[in-house]
Design a protein around this ligand. Structure first.
Ligand SMILES: C[S@@+](CC[C@H](N)C(=O)[O-])C[C@H]1O[C@@H](n2cnc3c(N)ncnc32)[C@H](O)[C@@H]1O
Length: 371
């Protein structure tokens, strides 16, 4: 069965997300604002869920149409072949968003869509009441500038939940964003990677997982694995293949340090859970005592921003320290994310590359300093 899928992603990461899906051999990949669309079958769906490092979730795009009134919304949703995905006893909650559209009431759109699905399924199954006691099919809708997308979520928990971060410190970076920073820093399986403000270690863990080619979704489940329409073995097959492709022949090494001893405990624990504990050494150190290593070194870090952990002035003091410590030297590169527009001034150097993106709701930039 050929389907169209949507992979919502962090704004600013559409290109990286699309390239990854293309690299996985997926067809008709096209990047849009905040999401990537692609085509495929159930195998494609399993592959994207298990292997994408940058997508927030994978949805089946069931219909796209223009609607400015409830009647059109109802008719178009009712026309979808819901019975292909939803069985008689399955649950099918509806949620979504309306942005810059004539249909702006989320609760009303939710009700209309639910009614349309119930009407369709009542006709197909000859039922007037749905118990909804079975596994869930989360219906999602997006109405953007009067264009309606009707989607079925297949992931369940967001794909940033890899299964290794049970514990978290105060301000962990989202795994999908950490993976994107690793990609922007061009980390390779023979690199030595350092994060001198590593917190719970997310950047280093994502770097090590990528170097080892550990699929990010290998250790978790996806909502659609419970669906009767999904062939039994697709996820098992993809997991087996991904497991067999883990690399053991790499010279990748990483070191993480932080001023906070409890964050380091968490980092060690998370690295073990992620299967990369042997590749990363953690130790307690103030960035003021940071020393560059001999030879090639890729530094990636997510320093405090001021809003959340320290006051802005203290954070900015740290950016000056980083500028002194992160010297321009052959073989060294530095990748830093911060929302502070004065970062380059405080750091004392103009970045060689910059990328705008969002860290949650915070507009940030990733700054790349090359040797
Ligand atoms: C935004 S958090 C990093 C979060 C991390 N990327 C993660 O995923 O958990 C910033 C980190 O900087 C650390 N930090 C603050 N001041 C520091 C200093 N002077 N030296 C080293 N680390 C420091 C904090 O303890 C905190 O863990």
């Amino acid at each position: 069965m050929n389907m169209t899928f949507a992979a919502p992603c962090i704004f600013g990461l559409e290109g990286i997300c699309a390239n990854e899906l293309k690299f996985l051999g997926i067809q008709n990949v096209r990047a849009e604002n905040g999401r990537v669309l692609f085509e495929g079958d159930w195998d494609t769906l399993a592959k994207a869920n298990i292997r994408s490092r940058y997508a927030e979730r994978i949805q089946i795009l069931l219909a796209e149409f223009r609607a400015t009134d409830f009647q059109t919304l109802f008719e178009r949703v009712k026309a979808i072949e819901w019975e292909r995905f939803i069985g008689m006893s399955d649950a099918f909650p509806v949620k979504g968003r309306c942005l810059s559209s004539q249909l702006m009431s989320v609760p009303d759109c939710q009700k209309i869509i639910k009614k349309a699905v119930v009407t369709r399924l009542s006709e197909r199954y000859m039922l007037s009441w749905f118990e909804e006691t079975g596994s869930a099919r989360q219906i999602q809708f997006l109405i953007l500038k009067d264009k309606v997308s009707i989607l079925l979520d297949t992931s369940g928990a967001g794909l940033h939940k890899r299964g290794y971060r049970a514990d978290s410190n105060d301000a962990p970076i989202k795994e999908t964003l950490a993976a994107a920073m690793v990609e922007l820093a061009r980390v390779r399986p023979n690199h030595f990677v350092t994060d001198p403000m590593c917190g719970s270690g997310t950047l280093l863990i994502e770097a090590a997982m990528k170097a080892k080619n550990i699929a990010p979704g290998l250790k978790r489940y996806f909502a659609c694995e419970k669906w009767s329409c999904v062939p039994k073995d697709v996820f098992a097959r993809e997991r087996e293949l991904a497991q067999s492709q883990i690399r053991t022949d790499i010279s990748f090494r990483a070191s993480g340090s932080d001023i906070d001893a409890s964050a380091l405990e968490t980092a060690r624990h998370n690295a073990e859970l992620a299967g990369v504990g042997d590749l990363i050494a953690f130790e307690r150190r103030d960035i003021r005592d940071f020393q560059l290593s001999e030879g090639y070194q890729t530094v990636i870090t997510n320093p405090p921003y001021g809003e959340r952990l320290l006051d802005l002035r203290a954070a900015e003091e740290l950016y000056k320290v980083m500028g002194e410590k992160f010297r321009r030297e052959k073989g060294k590169s530095y990748t830093v994310i911060t929302p502070d527009d004065d970062f380059e001034k405080l750091f004392g150097r103009k970045a060689d590359k910059r990328r705008k993106l969002y860290n949650g709701t915070l507009k940030c930039q990733v700054y790349l300093f090359l040797s």
